[in-house]
Design a protein around this ligand. Structure first.
Ligand code: NIG
Ligand code: FE
Length: 413
């Protein structure tokens, strides 16, 4: 078989291996090839190796891309984003500078609830076009697959609108998107002082509709003091499971209120944020094989403490990194910044960081069987970086280091 594309002259090809999340020392083990090539046919990788690409892979129709001795990795996977929302929240910056807390802004009816108002007003087509713009920006920064959460509608119509936009984006852009229903993101004002009523609404009204239309693979809950407690999360995720939705949790972002215990009980695919997680919580995630998705861009923007990545790695819990792109706590969709902070603030090694944004992130959205590594038969999602090696990529920050992006075997950037 001859290839459609052969990338030649790769100075450093770095990839995790396999189709499962890796923790502990294995998170730091990458396959390194020097002076390497990758051959792509249709949507897949058909050959990877060192030295010159074998003649039989090429004919006059094969496009050769010269990597000019630079770094090539698998396409980045952003396993935690809030992709679809109306408006921004730049006005909150002033309050933030005056020292008003994130949760205080929410209690005043701002924060998530202000984005809920803008998201409800936004038409489906407008939401689609805006999110499509975000996807192009993400691709330009090396992100070739992602997870997208609802949670800025809270009511049935708007939640379905967000989830339908995820589906339209998947169908029309070809980008792999894992869709997550996050109805339990805040208690809407229509259920003021009636959290129980809203939890019932999620379970009895929205979840059945989401499932009927097949709009989400995952269900997520913001498990936090003053938002949804562990019992709410347990109830919602158990109900979601009946509809075939797998569990994710926003857990221990500000306080540890037992989110990781729920993650263990329900066998969550990932638990995310984890800045306040205790040793006991870490052990729980270990037992349930849950991926710990850490979100350093959020800590950076909120000027809060960072998750203890080293403790998760020491306990052999696989760590992933996501952008948490959203208008309130992480108005950034460039996953390269999460990589920089992964090293600089989470004290992860460059190899651990690369695993965290490729294989482990893919596992955090149940896609590791087809994306997240550079291996024969995996999908051809690749980035040629404008740096000579991984150290340079995680050390340079503030500018986009992408040169070329290949998604499903097509050059898209
Ligand atoms: O993951 N923590 C809850 N949800 C988002 C923030 C949402 C918002 O502020 O709009 C997060 O950080
Ligand atoms: Fe989030």
């Amino acid at each position: 078989m001859t290839a459609d594309i052969v990338i030649t002259n790769i100075g450093q090809l770095l990839t995790a291996q396999g189709d499962k999340a890796v923790g502990g020392a294995r998170q730091n083990e990458l396959l390194t090839l020097n002076d390497a090539y990758i051959a792509v046919y249709d949507e897949r990788i058909i050959a990877v190796g060192e030295g010159r690409a074998p003649e039989e892979l090429m004919d006059e129709y094969t496009a050769e891309i010269d990597a000019k001795g630079r770094l090539v990795t698998a396409g980045l996977v952003d396993c935690h984003t809030h992709l679809t929302f109306g408006g921004w929240r730049e006005d909150e910056l002033k309050k933030k500078l005056l020292g008003v807390g994130y949760m205080d802004i929410l209690k005043e009816g701002g924060g998530i609830l202000s984005t809920v108002r803008s998201t409800r007003q936004m038409g489906e087509q407008e939401m689609f076009e805006r999110a499509e713009g975000f996807l192009s920006e993400m691709l330009a920064h090396g992100t070739t697959s992602l997870e997208a959460k609802s949670g800025y509608g809270l009511d049935l119509d708007t939640e379905l609108k967000q989830l339908r936009v995820h589906r339209m984006l998947k169908e029309q852009t070809g980008i792999d998107i894992a869709s997550t229903y996050l109805g339990a993101h805040a208690v809407p004002t229509s259920f003021l002082n009636n959290k129980e009523g809203y939890v019932s609404y999620i379970c009895e009204v929205v979840l059945p509709e989401v499932a009927k239309e097949g709009l989400a693979e995952f269900c997520d809950v913001f498990c936090e003091q003053g938002v949804f407690d562990a019992a709410d999360a347990r109830r919602i995720l158990a109900e979601a499971k009946k509809f075939g939705l797998k569990a994710k949790l926003h857990s221990d972002e500000i306080h540890d209120i037992g989110g990781t215990a729920v993650a263990e009980e329900v066998g969550a695919v990932s638990a995310d944020h984890l800045t306040a997680t205790t040793e006991e919580g870490i052990m729980r995630l270990k037992h349930s094989g849950t991926v710990a998705t850490l979100l350093p861009c959020t800590s950076f923007y909120l000027n809060k403490s960072y998750a203890d990545a080293r403790a998760f790695i020491a306990a052999e819990v696989p760590v992933a990194l996501g952008s948490d792109f959203n208008p309130g706590s992480s108005p950034n969709l460039n996953l390269q910044l999460a990589m920089n902070l992964g090293c600089l603030r989470l004290k992860m090694t460059p190899y651990e960081v690369l695993t965290a944004v490729t294989l482990n992130a893919a596992a955090a959205i149940n896609m590791a069987d087809r994306i997240g590594t550079i291996e024969v038969d995996k999908q051809a999602d690749l980035v040629i970086w404008d740096v000579m090696n991984l150290n340079e990529l995680v050390y340079r920050y503030g500018t986009n280091r992408v040169d070329t992006v290949i998604k499903k075997g097509k050059v898209v950037v």
